[in-house]
Design a protein around this ligand. Structure first.
Ligand code: NDP
Length: 287
């Protein structure tokens, strides 16, 4: 049997999650601040609650997907959470996740924080590779494992309610750096007779080929030895950076996206670590 669930927050992502449960036959109650956004789901069979408190009262499993952590507090302020299982798909920081877990516990609810690694079109498509990091109550996660797996894959990352957000933000941060590099690369070739589509294929192939080096970084961190298995030492890399910067200048492209990382590499080299990989930069980032 499929448990009833209530879903609050029908933005782009929330609607995709709610729709996936509805399509899978789960009895669903929805609520959204702007009521018009609930109409399409109502037409597909969802029950629409008039208030957030009414939506919470309608099911034991309550899922929220709102703009930010503050809106979660606002929306649930008047709701009776005693005995509820609350799952929060709203993006927040690790500290917000932990604070929200304490807040929920004080109101008598079990709590699971989520970090969504998917964009709306990936939700409900089992082949998309999209998934959600979950952390917090293991009992809640296990009790609803099948339900939670309906819209997207699930990865439970521990009882610390902050860890879903931490994993989420760490992956997004790495993605930011990657897209910074992608922006610089396209800027370099842009004015030349190089077809962007063909170049994109080369770029994607190269990024895929380089991605597995994250495992070497992990090994070096675990060993505490950043010279283990080095194939491109830092001294060579820093020398190569000069060529990257000079090329940017020749092509009339700002190096502002590359410069901060290169400065850290230079500092690590200046500290006498030319025989390492780039892993030592991680030490320089720790405050
Ligand atoms: P949208 O901007 O599409 O929707 C935001 C939702 O939050 C709406 O339902 C909005 O209600 C509601 N909301 C905002 N402020 C308040 C408030 N003060 N009180 C009540 N309701 C409020 O965002 P998404 O659905 O795209 O994203 C939701 C969450 O999911 C965010 O935390 C986002 O970071 C995260 N996320 C989004 C992804 C994406 O690709 N879209 C991917 C991964 C995570 P109203 O309709 O009334 O404005």
């Amino acid at each position: 049997t499929k448990p009833a669930l209530s879903f609050l927050g029908l933005g782009a992502l929330g609607t995709a999650f709610a729709r996936a449960w509805l399509a899978a036959g789960y009895p669903l109650t929805v609520w959204n601040r702007t009521a018009a956004r609930a109409e399409p789901l109502a037409a597909e069979g969802a029950r629409v609650a008039r208030t957030a408190a009414e939506a919470v009262a309608a099911a034991d499993l309550v899922v929220v997907c709102l703009l930010d952590d503050a809106s979660v507090g606002d929306v649930l302020a008047d709701a009776d959470l005693a005995g509820k299982d609350l799952v929060n798909l709203t993006t927040g920081t690790p500290a917000q996740g932990r604070a929200r877990a304490e807040w929920a516990a004080a109101r008598g609810a079990r709590f699971l924080d989520g970090g969504v690694m998917a964009v709306p079109p990936m939700v409900g498509d089992p082949d998309s590779g999209g998934y959600v990091f979950y952390s917090g109550s293991r009992d809640l996660f296990e009790a609803h494992a099948r339900t939670l797996a309906v819209p997207a894959g699930t990865k439970y990352v521990g009882t610390d309610a902050g860890h879903a957000a931490l994993h989420d933000v760490a992956l997004l941060s790495a993605m930011n750096g990657m897209f910074a590099g992608v922006a610089h690369a396209f800027a370099l070739v842009r004015k030349e007779d190089i077809a962007p589509r063909e170049f994109a294929g080369l770029l994607a192939g190269w990024l895929n080929a380089m991605a597995p080096f994250v495992h070497r970084v992990a090994e070096q961190l675990e060993l505490g030895d950043y010279t283990e298995g080095v194939v491109s030492n830092l001294a060579m890399q820093v020398a190569g950076n000069a060529t990257l910067l000079r090329t940017a200048e020749e092509q009339g492209v700002s190096s502002e996206l590359l410069a901060p990382y290169m400065e850290l590499m230079e500092r690590r080299l200046a500290d006498g670590h030319g025989d390492e990989d780039g892993t030592g930069v991680i030490d320089l980032l720790a405050r």
